[in-house]
Design a protein around this ligand. Structure first.
Ligand code: NI
Length: 168
């Protein structure tokens, strides 16, 4: 398994709209395993293929405390949603930034698994938030897009400063 470089805001490639996965071959399995390794190493609770510059409708997540509940969603769709919840979100593509975002509290999801088998399930709480956040990546959307233009500009400046500091 290898760790994949994660694109960071405001990289324009994060705005690419992902295409459906149509081939469930060995290369896809390797990509999924590499995405899990990358997500756990970061560490994070979700990663969309868009974030590793693969513009396919694929995401991996694990919101468990013990990091023992890996989930793969291929070509996911939210077919029902209810309620609302505000949660302080972060993103591996927007490192060190956290902000409140409102999303549906309960969702019904249809997706394929890593072998192309259909799955349908209901999610709530952190899992529902995480799925909605990751699915946004597949349409080129980031959680900072929900912030006001002024706040988003502050985020961009803070990231620039962090990068300059890291470059030493
Ligand atoms: Ni994210």
């Amino acid at each position: 398994m290898s760790l994949l470089p994660i694109l960071e805001y405001p990289d324009p490639r994060l705005r690419t709209k992902a295409q459906p996965v149509t081939v469930f071959d060995a290369a896809l399995q390797t990509l999924i395993d590499d995405m899990f390794a990358t997500m756990y190493a970061a560490p994070g609770i979700g990663l969309a293929a868009s974030q590793v510059n693969v513009h396919r409708q694929l995401l991996v997540l694990d919101v468990s405390e013990e990091k023992n509940a890996p989930m793969v969603l291929v070509n996911p769709a939210i077919v029902a949603s209810a309620g609302s919840r505000t949660y302080q979100e972060g993103c591996l593509s927007v490192p060190g930034i956290f902000a409140d975002v409102d999303r549906a509290d309960r969702i019904t999801v249809e997706a394929l698994d890593r072998h192309g088998q259909a799955q349908s399930f209901e999610a709530d709480g952190l899992l529902a938030i995480c799925i909605q956040h990751e699915m946004d990546h597949l349409v080129g959307k980031l959680f900072v897009d929900y912030l006001s233009p002024l706040k988003r500009e502050l985020v961009r400046k803070k990231l620039e400063k962090q990068r300059r500091a890291a470059a030493g």
